[in-house]
Design a protein around this ligand. Structure first.
Ligand code: SAM
Ligand code: DTB
Ligand code: SF4
Length: 328
């Protein structure tokens, strides 16, 4: 079954470029405004000293990076950042913590207070705090969180070469708890860690087989950070990157496909191709969690040059069937 589905996915990925983009556009237009781009802002609310060993991550305590670690921000400071993000045109505010997992206690209570405050500003709230239990997911939902980001990152086979401190099954279990609590699922991965094209396609297969499919799918290009084991990785070929975006769009037509980390390494033309291929969301603002992102004014000018407009917070709560159903 898995091999059969992978062949089906590879056949899409390998289509002649114009055919691939045409099909991605057709899928995109069936479910989305083709000129709308969702603008999200990221805020690192607890930075660095993470016990996990994710080989790509500047925040892992195991690698000597130039990062300055910061304890958990208080709810008030988070709210000030959220207000600034809203003033800057963001419709979604995503809070990230360098935690292996959420632990019950005063720190989680403080995050819940921040979630409540950000939701009250009318922003869509997303959190990415590591693994979490069912009851923690429910509490986030009750506090006003809409979305939880937890990436599969890569294929099941390649995963152990990148992370050894928690398993693929752990990640899937967290995603199941998130879904069960009624939160939207945001899950994607990173390209450019030394994985094969089949690993990338297998990542898409895993994501598209979730039932229901993720509501949003961030596709990150590895930002090679000095001091991490992946510091010397070569960038992904831009056309291979665009092909993955298009394939993700075809396999998960209702999802928001997020052109995430790595845009500072991409030309405007490459980003425009990603939008043509069905990407419809970006992170706005000069910083992701700890690494640089294009300046807001540069992004706004790119959107204007392409005639694209920011999307309001998403209304739709459509349920997305898994790829096996799409394939049958
Ligand atoms: N600690 C939580 C976790 O791992 O789920 C949340 C924060 S973590 C930084 C969120 C995601 O950022 C990771 O899953 C990974 O996909 C992405 N990421 C981290 N470092 C990156 C890098 N150098 N380049 C691209 N993406 C990266
Ligand atoms: C995701 O897939 N990409 C964002 C968001 N989810 C949390 C994070 C990218 C982080 C890039 C490295 C950094 O800035 O530390
Ligand atoms: Fe920690 Fe998340 Fe970075 Fe992994 S990706 S080291 S869990 S902050």
């Amino acid at each position: 079954m898995a091999t059969h589905v992978l062949t089906f996915i590879r056949d899409i990925y390998e289509l002649p470029f114009p055919e691939l983009i045409f099909r991605a556009q057709a899928a995109h237009r069936r479910h989305h405004d083709p000129a709308g781009i969702q603008l999200c802002t990221l805020q690192s609310i607890k930075t660095g000293r993470c016990p996990e060993d994710c080989k790509y991550c500047p925040q892992s305590a195991r690698y000597e990076t130039q990062l300055s670690a910061e304890p958990l921000m208080d709810a008030e400071s988070i709210l000030a950042r959220a207000q600034a993000a809203r003033a800057g045109g963001a419709s979604r505010f995503c809070m990230g913590a360098a935690w292996r997992e959420v632990r019950d206690g005063p720190q989680f209570e403080s995050v819940l207070a921040a979630v409540q405050g950000v939701a009250a500003l009318g922003l869509e709230v997303c959190c990415t705090l590591g693994m979490l239990t069912g009851s923690q997911a429910v509490r986030l939902k009750e506090a006003g969180c809409t979305v939880y980001n937890h990436n599969l990152d890569t294929s099941r086979d390649f995963y152990p070469k990148i992370i050894t401190t928690r398993t693929y099954a752990d990640r899937l279990a967290t995603l199941a708890e998130v879904r069960e609590a009624g939160l939207q699922v945001c899950s994607g991965g990173i390209l450019g860690m030394g994985e094969s094209v089949d690993d990338r396609l297998n990542l898409l297969r895993e994501l598209a087989s979730l039932d229901p499919q993720p509501d949003s799918v961030p596709i990150n290009a590895l930002i090679p950070v000095a001091g991490t084991p992946l510091a010397q990785q070569a960038p992904v070929d831009p056309f291979e990157f665009v092909r993955i975006i298009a394939t993700a769009r075809i396999l998960m037509p209702r999802a928001m496909v997020r052109l995430s980390a790595g845009r500072t390494m991409m030309s405007d033309e490459c980003q425009a191709l990603c939008f043509l291929a069905g990407a419809n969301s970006i992170f706005l603002g000069p910083k992701l969690l700890t690494t640089p992102n294009p300046e807001r004014t540069a992004d706004m000018s790119l959107l204007t040059r392409l005639g694209l407009h920011p999307l309001a917070a998403r209304e739709s709560k459509e349920v997305c069937p898994p790829v096996a159903a799409v394939n049958s």
